[in-house]
Design a protein around this ligand. Sequence first.
Ligand code: NAI
Ligand code: MG
Length: 493
Amino acid sequence: METKKNYINGQWVLSVTERKREIICPSNGEIIAYTTESNEADAKAAIKAAREAFYVTGEWRRMSGTDRADYLYQIADEITARGEELARTDTLDNGKPLREAQGDVSDAAACFKYYAGLITKPQGGVYEVNNGFGPMHSYTVHEPVGVCAQITPWNYPLLMAVWKLAPALAAGNCIVFKPSENAPLSTVLLFEIFEKVGLPKGTVNLVLGTGPEVGAVFAESEEVDMITFTGSTKTGQSIMKAAAGNLKKIGLELGGKSPNIVFADCDFEGAIEWAMIGIFFNSGQVCSAGSRLIIEDSIKDKFLARLKERAEAITIGPGLLDPDMGAIITKAQMEKVLGYIQSGIQEGAVLVCGGERYMEGECAKGFFIKPTIFDHCTREMKIVREEIFGPVLTVQTFKTEEEAIALANDTPYGLAGTVCTLNSARALRVMKEIRAGIMWINCCQPTFNEAPWGGYKMSGIGRELGVHGLEEYQEVKQVNIALETGPIGWFMH
Ligand code: NAI
Ligand code: MG
């Protein structure tokens, strides 16, 4: 197997370390590829190339929006053309069911098209100004930030890369990129596409390696103008500290512990289905997972009985067989999730279903966990407080709307939330009280390229996607033009 290389300054190169990393398929524990394993020197070479491209050559940033859009449309078309390869790659690398990976591919192509369209639309503004300096014309232009470092997680390898790359490229930035070392392969394919469409040399640079060896170098570097990151809150905090040196612009999309509030007057079967999607989609490895079910006491028993029945019917297996639910990303992550399950049991939560590894047949070689539901959860329990990032749902009950809101907000996170009720006034009232960046009413998880995505509180800073997602990657320049020249006699009387 050929070792996957870094892409720096338009060249595919091995790391100076000469080390390589085994890339493992979580469905069977087998090695599916090797990647070069980079260090600080590689990260710095990539930063240097991106700086040259942005500050010296400047081809990409000086190009018109319509010309950049042409490249982005070509990238979208190449993603579609190589869609099956991309989907199978994410399925093997991450373990997700094939149809979910196929969905990620079509979302990724659409995301490039969305930003290709957006960058050709009017930007900036014209301001009516008057403060005694004489007639002036004032306007704003949006400009790229410069060299952007981007670091992605492993749960949506292709899609998280595209959410960052499409707006940053549309805006005219140059990029140094590090995918998660746990699922880097689809990002390598994406960079092959960038090479094929002929992005100017140094515009996009890929460095394969770990967080401490590569990501931390990006975060600290005074040659990087902006850093955006999706991943754990702990790593987000360390990036924010490291970024302070040169006051980098930052964008952080971090963890969550999102409430799913279900009232007795909900559409019962609908709420069941959204609760399932909320916690078992992508094996619960979703930042916005509806991991805390907060349910009205009067329907809890009936709801949990049905949810258990549905959860136990979930098919589990290797992603290529397209089961309902695939594997957990790594052995370590599986053990972490199993550790949370043990802590739930020890702290007195009651298992409704699951609670253990899934070991049927060939699955014993992979990293699978049964859909798990815990009843009788209390606010102090670790499983209620911490992001588990696996197929584990906690259940708490309420009697009044106020109690439901208090439980929902009882978390340091604020990424998302769901409210299920057919009383629309109540739905809107409760939605308004939840401190979170994304709210779903009578649904859970649908995500759109057109709408802003991001969190309140410890779930992050800034927004991805939509118009906000482009503006994150832009500086705003105010320009003032005097409409009359000559001395105005203002400074010296
Ligand atoms: P992580 O946050 O450590 O890794 C995400 C990315 O950050 C990877 O590319 C990693 O190499 C990089 N990274 C790690 N340390 C870094 C550093 N010091 N400086 C710069 N970059 C660094 O997440 P990990 O270890 O893969 O998973 C741990 C937990 O994080 C999960 O159990 C889950 O709770 C959470 N997580 C949340 C995600 C989300 O979308 N909210 C996504 C992935 C993980
Ligand atoms: Mg993998």
